[in-house]
Write a protein that binds this ligand. Structure first.
Ligand SMILES: [Mg+2]
Length: 384
């Protein structure tokens, strides 16, 4: 059984944490079975310690896209004051401190999600800071053995998906994930076109984005069987009982994937105990950061499951997710959004250089890059 190392202690006294919002108005809207993204927001977090060391993180803010500024304000008004003039043993203690001190507020406001996302983004920034301070790439600081990871092209729209898949194959990708849940005939036609385009050996996966009832999922999974899929992601709503997922699992050989809409160690333990997921997909910028995703990953790997980090934001969080995957090891792949978004592609360093389905995160300290705020402000003016 694979056991992960404990996360390192890294004492921290912070001068401050700040959040910065940017938006890119998309040319081609990103369609999912539950809605369409017409602009791509990003909330970057900068943490600074008393010695001037800096780290960068990112807060999940995809849906609804108008919520990005709200998360930045939560960081500034709620979280930042809780970090002043305190010495912490490391990011894990900061995570626990922020979670505990805002637990009642999260209930009272009805906003446990945004609170958890802000804490996750701070956590990513703090781990980056600690790794940079140590002069090590984040994957190595967390105890990883290699900076090389597998990646897959994700978020492929239902409109002519084969064209996008071929474009991504030309960039070096060998694995592709299609959005489904747009009606059986369209989904099947798209998969036929995708399989024909990329050939029988390429890895193909599908994401229904919680779009089906149990009956629909059972019917569709049977029709998907012949496409030799790597996994079927979120066929059911994340709030459906795991007994429904168990029923679905009895009807299909396709591995089931989920985790991006699971939050909390207890919730992940319940999910793992149900023994339905073959692929576990926590989003470190949405819940848990590195500090609390780490035990989820450990328990997943110990159960023989694949850890494939969910991620569909900008470049900073993508890099953090890649380093987390590299540190944890296993045979999982990093999700890389296939859609145009310069906030990702200009800020994801070596992840833009895919070769034969893999990237090498390299040896630069931390996540390896730091955003140029002045250049970003000029390129992506924020209306506020
Ligand atoms: Mg998904």
């Amino acid at each position: 059984m694979k056991r992960l190392r404990s996360l390192p202690l890294a004492p921290l006294v912070l001068r401050g944490v700040e959040a910065f919002v940017f938006r890119w108005p998309v040319k081609t809207p990103v369609r999912t079975s539950f809605g369409t993204m017409r602009d791509r927001p990003a909330v970057f977090v900068r943490a600074t310690d008393v010695d001037g060391h800096i780290g960068w993180g990112e807060i999940w803010c995809n849906f609804p896209a108008v919520g990005a500024e709200h998360r930045a304000r939560l960081l500034a008004s709620v979280m930042a004051p809780l970090l002043e003039a305190t010495e912490f043993t490391g990011p894990q203690q900061v995570f626990a401190h922020l979670s505990e001190r805002t637990a009642v507020l999260a209930l009272q406001s009805g906003e446990p999600g945004p609170m958890a996302q802000v804490i996750a983004g701070i956590d990513l920034a703090l781990w980056d800071l600690c790794a940079r301070r140590a002069g090590l790439p984040l994957w190595r600081f967390l105890g990883g053995e290699s900076g090389r990871i597998g990646v897959y092209a994700s978020g492929i729209n239902p409109d002519q998906p084969e064209a996008m898949a071929l474009a991504k194959r030309d960039e070096g990708y060998t694995a592709f994930k299609l959005k489904i849940g747009f009606g059986a005939e369209r989904d099947i036609a798209n998969l036929e076109a995708m399989r024909l385009a990329v050939g029988p050996d390429a890895a193909l996966m599908v994401d229904a984005n919680q779009g089906w009832s149990l009956a629909q999922a059972i019917e569709m999974s049977a029709r998907l069987e012949r496409f030799n899929l790597g996994w079927l992601e979120e066929p059911l709503r994340a709030d459906r009982p795991w007994s429904e997922w168990q029923q679905l699992k009895q009807h299909t050989r396709i591995p089931l994937a989920g985790g991006e809409n699971v939050a909390g160690l207890d919730a992940f333990d319940t999910a793992l105990a149900a023994q339905v997921l073959g692929v576990v997909q926590p989003d470190a910028a949405k819940w848990g950061g590195i500090s609390s995703c780490w035990p989820v990953i450990e328990r997943s790997l110990a159960a023989g499951l694949r850890f494939c980090p969910h991620y569909l934001g900008a470049g900073i969080g993508l890099l953090a997710s890649g380093h987390l995957l590299a540190a944890a090891g296993g045979d999982g792949w990093l999700e890389v959004d296939a859609n145009e978004n310069p906030l990702r592609s200009t800020l994801c360093g070596p992840i833009s250089g895919v070769w034969n389905g893999q990237v090498d995160l390299g040896e630069a300290p931390g996540i390896g890059i730091a955003p140029d705020l002045a250049a970003l402000r000029a390129a992506y003016p924020v209306l506020d």
